[in-house]
Design a protein around this ligand. Structure first.
Ligand SMILES: Cc1cc2nc3c(=O)[nH]c(=O)nc-3n(C[C@H](O)[C@H](O)[C@H](O)COP(=O)(O)OP(=O)(O)OC[C@H]3O[C@@H](n4cnc5c(N)ncnc54)[C@H](O)[C@@H]3O)c2cc1C
Ligand code: FES
Length: 663
């Protein structure tokens, strides 16, 4: 078993076959949770059920010793009527008690409040602390009544309970949920989410026949169904055909067939989906398959019924690889498993981690990113806390494809990223990816790059690729403090002209005659350069065909706006403007957990659409709803800031990390 290998990202069909695999069985399950397209459908407090359940179990928030953040407030309203809705409602109520108790335990042990809490976060913290104290005082038999008095968890379904898939599939589970205190509200179709003055969800409005009903809700969890995970059909380097919402199946001659839909025991199991030119096949099972979609028993049944077909197509040709098992597995172990190569400190708050992961390095294109985590079993521990990271989304800074090395650069902002400095050379890690979409690299354009702080870790590989493709690069590299700058050589090499910007005086001294420096923010620097305030322009700003901004959401929002305001007189009307959108992310597997969903508003029609940022991080600046992005980034705010203090406290109990060079 190799973890962190995303099929379609780390490995493609062609590469798997070229590597000597004889068959590919796709068991990628379901994905693409249904989005609730109603006003404020993405307000803070609203999450996909998949996002919630994954954060709870896989990322580990349910564990007392975990540092994973997952902030849930009562009342909870779950929208849907299937078994996922039942799980989500029961789990959210059970988790709430664990969450607030963990919050109180850490708050008391710290003996201080996070200074970064804003007024809303302080109020949420007070709510959690009061609830935790009340739960601690209560007898076990009184706890459910308390949870219900704070709003409890309600499932809102558009039809009657007896019509719901949860009831028809497994009425015992519904009965148990009701025993656990879950309320099932029938006949409710959601129409809008109401928000408070902070923009946080506070109620859901429904139509119930010809009436309007409002349920108070601080957490709204959407369990309105998922689709088979056919995202592979839309990936670069993969060519799979679809038949409706499923992959197109094929028979043993490679001709298309249509398997029976939704039957656990089809008269003929059709599990093949693609015939490669040389006669090798792919097959599909479980939730991906139109016959077997729906539950674990059917998923296992698909394997039982499908394996004779796979055995037959395997027997029909000789093995693709002549390597023996030892050599074959040795090669996979070397190429697919990620280990830490080196950890370097770049600035007092910025760390570079170099990883050895040959296949993941080979597949990288500028702009793409990885999910990095340490193994929970290898994580550092202090009493009561396991320092297992939440998955960190880290863009590749550079790769050395020959040596199989990948560099990622992270800002230690409090939280899981602070653990990177403690990784040890040789330590196995989970590195999933590359994921996201390669940044479009045009030739023969003039491109303005705007990098804010850590964004510069990403931009220099994009700048280098742009120049190699024949484009000219004007690079605005912005920093808050002078100590934040790193990799100056790389930034110079990736640009035709650099404008070094820093909020802190006296600012930087450019090393090359054509470069400039500016004290102030990046938008002011662009204006100063464009208007001639920094002297002659080695490449005129007005020649820009494209602007690529990477930095904080606020910095990108400012660049987006300035293009229509102070910078408008200096920019071509039809220039392209792209931002690398740093939505909150969890699985980064493309359309699975839905934590990364980002609303876009079409500037011409005002119509809202939703994109998965982990599928494509590069988004048109004029369409990104930056207000919604800021709201979603603050989803776990009160908890995240307390956890950051907590991690700091844990790290003080450990010896400081030494700068560790590769062995
Ligand atoms: C909340 C919830 C509760 C459920 N409760 C029950 C229950 O009580 N009983 C029951 O029988 N069924 C239940 N089900 C349904 C059951 O979980 C699924 O039917 C079953 O897991 C399907 O198995 P699978 O192997 O097809 O897919 P999954 O179990 O979903 O496994 C798919 C795997 O593929 C990975 N993957 C996805 N894309 C890629 C890629 N590109 N490359 C590499 N890996 C990839 C995913 O990360 C995942 O690990 C529940 C489902 C949900 C969501
Ligand atoms: S779908 Fe999980 S982060 Fe994008």
């Amino acid at each position: 078993m190799f973890g962190g290998v995303r099929f379609g990202g780390t490995l493609t069909i062609d590469e798997a076959y070229a590597d000597g695999f004889d068959h590919i069985a796709l068991c990628a399950g379901a994905g693409r949770p249904t989005v609730l397209d109603i006003p404020n459908g993405f307000a803070r407090g609203v999450r996909a059920a998949s996002d919630f359940l994954m954060a709870l179990q896989l990322t580990g928030a349910a564990k007392r010793e975990s540092i994973a953040n997952l902030q849930i407030r009562l009342p909870v309203v779950v929208i849907g009527g299937g078994l996922t809705a039942i799980d989500t409602a029961t789990e959210s109520l059970a988790y709430y008690a664990v969450q607030v108790d963990k919050f109180l335990t850490r708050y008391e042990a710290l003996g201080e409040e996070p200074p970064a809490w804003n007024a809303e976060e302080r109020a949420i913290a007070q709510e959690f602390l009061a609830h935790a104290r009340a739960l601690r005082k209560a007898q076990p038999a009184e706890r459910l009544a308390l949870l219900k008095s704070w709003g409890g968890a309600t499932i809102a379904y558009r039809r009657r309970l007896v019509d719901s898939p949860s009831y028809t599939l497994n009425h015992e589970e519904v009965e148990k949920a009701l025993e656990e205190g879950i309320v099932f509200a029938e006949g409710l179709t959601p129409t809008r989410i109401e928000v408070d003055t902070y923009g946080h969800a506070q109620a859901v409005k429904f139509t119930a026949g010809d009436k309007e009903v409002e349920l108070p809700a601080r957490s709204v969890l959407i369990a309105a169904g998922t689709q088979p995970n056919t995202v592979l059909a839309r990936e670069e380097g993969v060519s799979l055909a679809l038949d409706g919402k499923y992959f197109l199946a094929s028979d043993e001659t490679g001709a298309p067939v249509r398997p029976e839909r939704h039957t656990a025991k089809p008269s003929q199991p059709q599990v093949l989906l693609h015939r490669y030119a040389d006669g090798r096949y792919m097959s599909f099972f479980g939730d991906l398959h139109p016959s077997y979609f729906g539950n674990v028993v059917k998923a296992m049944g698909s394997a039982k019924q499908g394996y004779p077909t796979v055995s037959r197509v395997l027997a029909a040709r000789s093995p693709a690889s002549s390597e023996n098992d030892e050599r074959f597995l040795g090669r996979l172990n070397r190429d697919l498993r990620a280990v830490v190569h080196e950890v370097r400190r770049l600035t007092p708050r910025i760390v570079e981690v170099v990883l050895r992961a040959p296949v993941a390095a080979r597949r990288f294109h500028p702009g793409q990113f990885y999910r990095l985590q340490n193994f929970e079993s290898l994580a550092l521990r202090v009493p009561g806390t396991t320092l297992a990271m939440e998955g960190l989304a880290l863009t590749g800074a550079w790769v050395d494809k020959e040596r199989g090395l990948i560099s990622v650069i992270a800002l230690e902002m409090g939280g899981s990223a602070d653990l990177l400095a403690y990784l040890a050379p040789g330590e196995p890690v989970v590195l999933m990816g590359p994921t996201g979409t390669p940044t479009e690299i045009p030739g023969n354009e003039t491109v303005v790059l705007a990098g804010g702080g850590l964004g510069n870790a990403v931009l220099f590989s994009i700048g280098r690729a742009l120049r190699a493709a024949g484009s000219k690069v004007i690079y605005f590299a912005g920093y808050k403090e002078m100590a934040d700058r790193y990799r100056v050589d790389d930034i110079e090499a990736s640009s035709d002209v650099v404008i070094w910007c820093c909020d802190e005086a006296p600012g930087f001294a450019p090393r090359r005659p054509r470069d400039r420096a500016f004290v102030g923010n990046i938008v002011q620097a662009m204006h100063a350069y464009a208007s001639g305030g920094l002297g002659a322009q080695p490449i005129p700003f007005s020649a820009a065909d494209r602007v690529i901004a990477i930095g904080s959401d606020r910095m990108m929002a400012a660049v987006a706006l300035a293009r229509h305001d102070v910078l408008a007189p200096y920019l071509k009307k039809d220039h392209i403007a792209i931002g690398s959108i740093n939505s909150p992310m969890q699985c980064m597997m493309k359309e699975i957990c839905a934590q990364c969903l980002q609303p876009h508003v079409d500037p011409a029609t005002g119509k809202t659409s939703y994109v998965f940022s982990c599928f494509n991080q590069d988004q048109p600046l004029d369409q990104v709803d930056f207000g919604a992005l800021a709201q979603r980034l603050a989803q776990n705010g009160a908890q995240e800031k307390l956890t950051a203090l907590w991690i700091g406290r844990c790290l003080k109990q450990l010896p400081p990390p030494a700068e560790r060079k590769a062995a």
